[in-house]
Design a protein around this ligand. Sequence first.
Ligand SMILES: C[S@@+](CC[C@H](N)C(=O)[O-])C[C@H]1O[C@@H](n2cnc3c(N)ncnc32)[C@H](O)[C@@H]1O
Length: 265
Amino acid sequence: MSSPRLEVEYADPTPLQARIDTHRKYSEKPDDPGTDVLAAIELTGTEHLADIGCGDARFLANLAARGHHGPLVGIDTSPAMVAAAAAIPGVQAVLAYAEQIPFDDNTFDVVTARHMLYHVPDPRAALAEFRRTTRPGGAVTVVVNHPHTCPRTAELIAAHAGSYGITTTEAFTATVDSDSLPAMMIDTFGTVRIHRSDNALVFDAAAPLIRFAEALFGFHGVTPDHPQRQAILTDMSEDIEDWFAHHPGQSWRDPKGYIVATAAT
Ligand SMILES: C[S@@+](CC[C@H](N)C(=O)[O-])C[C@H]1O[C@@H](n2cnc3c(N)ncnc32)[C@H](O)[C@@H]1O
């Protein structure tokens, strides 16, 4: 089950959309986990597919736009994300936890869980649910980040949050990453195929880095209604602007990456 803090973080899709937008525009190499997932599962267009932790459901919208005519299901714990999925014609949107998927055994041909499993306190329980609800001969594809992804930006936010007394204990900790997922998938499914993406965010100016860092505030305990939020944002923005002023012609580079792990069921 997700924590109340995680539910606050995803109550509004805007920070998630700002992060996705940043990865699309400011990655050193093209960054498109959705395309990597599609390459891993090779859909025919007829599959009954569930996307768990579907977020703003752009993956399902893309499938529908490509003419996928099998049933599409979006599952998420955030009412705002479920509403976004429900707005896509033909998508069944369901408010539920990955650890308790309200569908019968062997319902789906394909289950995808993109950039969500690290939020689940017991990722093995969610993987067991993915297996239970996917029919034999189907596929489960999970995307998770590398450990310590974007460490430079994370350190910057943590330092500014820390100067206002917000400690790392208030930050989210990933429960699974690209180092630990393959063994978990093998334990659950007996097999796993890995596609790895190693990349970096590269910023040539302060504004997009400030926007990205602010979109990560919730993960560092700086909640939308935190009384010091504006002061932390002001200090951090000045710090970032200072960095660019003192490093003319240089870019802010922050390593990141993910794996797409696919198991046959
Ligand atoms: C980082 S976002 C990723 C959204 C989308 N999959 C994407 O890649 O753009 C994580 C999503 O997982 C959802 N989530 C978190 N914990 C969950 C859980 N236990 N079960 C289902 N969804 C969950 C959040 O509400 C959020 O929409």
